[in-house]
Design a protein around this ligand. Structure first.
Ligand SMILES: [Zn+2]
Length: 365
């Protein structure tokens, strides 16, 4: 197995960054089709609908779920528009639908995330769901997105809970990359990690600790500040390269376990990943100082630190064993933490993390 790292072709972040799309259409051919969610459509600049540009840009509305049916539907729209470039604009599911459709047609894809809630935009992987909304499978694209355009005017206006969820997703990146490196586990590019993957993951963690609280306050005030820009870069670029090229492990595996409980469905991916990280650190007996730093940071930005914080008010052995068994299924990334990871160990770790979080909250209230 080789050392592999994956990157987007170009990353552009800033105020009005979406306007770069006009020149990029010329770079990648002559006709683009934008897949946008109804919310994202509001952020398409007026001039894209002008007589000159409307001949070069088609817009398709995203239906809400990344299913095989939605992908087929969008492939039809790309072909009818004779587009040579695909643009995915919106949240994770819109982006994923655009990535898979473009990959199947062999077309370049540009991603315009309208929220900084996950590290999906830069990566070459995407997730499909069943029409009922249950996780189906991970799809790996042949190449990463050609360009990722992050417009800070849009990000600064987005509800703050999305940014905080993105911080939760990004918070796990360094710890999961570290476990993969320590246990010679495969990353999400299908190889061993590189120094680039590991170091960008570590930089991601440092940036979150330093600017997370300030960025949240600035997002609440809709202010494009240095802190909000650094955290946006950490959530999207550093965590994106960090998780894909560094690899994932227990935090995401335990997150996947929690998705089996309907009461957690109202909580975002990054919120569950943040608590999954705390359980994962308990499971590997991480130093108390490290656990305390993570828990204190989560508390300071409003990320979950107890089971109740992700909707699990009534805790039972049966219920948590459903989570623990799903987390430890064959092929789960939890096995990147080492050998002999059992459902019982995960159950104990979840209980320990919940107890730690409740004691932490009580100690500072
Ligand atoms: Zn994630």
């Amino acid at each position: 197995m080789n050392n592999i790292a994956c990157f987007p072709g170009k990353y552009i972040q800033g105020k009005g960054a979406i306007l770069n799309l006009i020149d990029l259409i010329e770079v990648f051919g002559n006709k683009a089709i934008i897949l946008a969610s109804p919310t994202a459509k509001k952020f398409i600049p007026e001039q894209f609908f002008s007589t000159v540009l409307s001949e070069k840009i088609a817009v398709e509305t995203f239906g809400g779920e990344c299913t095989e049916q939605a992908i087929q539907h969008f492939i039809g729209a790309i072909q009818r528009a004779s587009a040579s470039l695909v643009v995915g604009m919106g949240g994770g599911k819109t982006i994923d639908t655009a990535k898979i459709a473009a990959d199947r047609l062999g077309l370049p894809v540009i991603i315009v995330p309208t929220i900084a809630s996950t590290d999906a935009p830069c990566s070459g992987c995407a997730v499909t769901y069943t029409p009922e909304g249950a996780f189906e499978k991970v799809h790996y694209q042949r190449l990463n997105p050609s360009v990722v355009l992050v417009d800070m005017d849009i990000i600064a206006k987005a509800p703050v809970r999305f940014l905080v969820a993105g911080i939760g997703d990004a918070l796990a990146t360094w710890f999961e990359a570290r476990s993969c490196a320590a246990n010679a586990a495969q990353n999400e590019c299908g190889g061993y990690s590189t120094l680039a993957g590991q170091n960008l993951a570590q930089l991601c963690y440092d940036v979150l600790l330093k600017y997370g609280v300030q960025a949240k306050a600035d997002n609440e005030a809709n202010l494009i500040s240095p802190a909000l820009s650094y955290i946006t870069e950490a959530n999207i670029l550093l965590s994106g390269i960090g998780f894909e090229s560094g690899g994932i492990a227990s935090a995401h595996a335990i997150h996947n376990g929690f998705t089996a409980l309907p009461e957690t469905h109202a909580y975002y991916h990054g919120e569950k990943v943040a608590f999954g990280l705390q359980a994962g650190l308990q499971m590997i007996n991480a130093p108390d100082q490290e656990i305390r730093e993570v828990v204190a940071f989560c508390h300071s930005v409003g990320l979950p630190i107890t089971l109740a914080d992700i909707g699990i008010d009534e805790v039972s052995w049966e219920k948590l064993m459903i989570v623990a068994r799903k987390s430890t299924e064959e092929g789960s990334t939890i096995h990147h933490e080492g050998n002999n990871i059992t459902a019982e160990k995960v159950y104990d770790a979840i209980i320990k993390a919940d107890t730690y979080g409740r004691q932490f909250a009580a100690s500072i209230d």
